[in-house]
Design a protein around this ligand. Structure first.
Ligand code: ZN
Length: 144
């Protein structure tokens, strides 16, 4: 498989997630955790919210207006962390941040989100890919 085809496969996966994002629904206003993040470089806005029950995330969902990469990334992230506890989520955030910076990372733990490793070649898109993960990171740093 040539690199061109590989890039194509990544692009198709990203577009599929962006067009039919998982866990995409408006905020209810009753979630235990909620944050809005904005990426001025691209104009992406994302709301992320979830509840924690017995240290595990439930009802995670996101909403907002953004480019395909930001939506796909949020979609993949929510798929990945559902049912995870705080430590597991912080580990995933760490792995994803490393991958986005082009550092060695346990990409297998990131599931589908590892296709976003391709964005590290495009510095302006890194903020699109990491937006949802920064939102999660900030919510996890809040003590409840
Ligand atoms: Zn973007």
């Amino acid at each position: 498989m040539s690199l061109h085809n590989l890039d194509n496969l990544y692009r198709q996966t990203i577009m599929a997630y962006a067009q039919h994002p998982h866990h995409y629904k408006p905020m209810l206003g009753t979630e235990g955790y909620h944050i809005q993040k904005y990426n001025p470089t691209c104009g992406d806005v994302i709301d992320l919210a979830f509840n924690m029950v017995d240290d595990r995330v439930t009802d995670i969902h996101f909403y907002g207006d953004g480019c395909a990469i930001s939506k796909a990334s949020a979609s993949m992230m929510t798929d990945l962390v559902v049912g995870k506890n705080r430590d597991q989520m912080m580990q995933l955030v760490d792995q994803f941040s490393k991958m986005a910076r082009g550092e060695a990372s346990d990409v297998k733990s990131l599931g589908e989100a590892q296709v976003l490793a391709g964005v590290t070649k495009f510095p302006t898109r890194i903020k699109c890919a990491t937006l949802a993960w920064h939102a999660l990171d900030e919510l996890l740093s809040v003590e409840k």
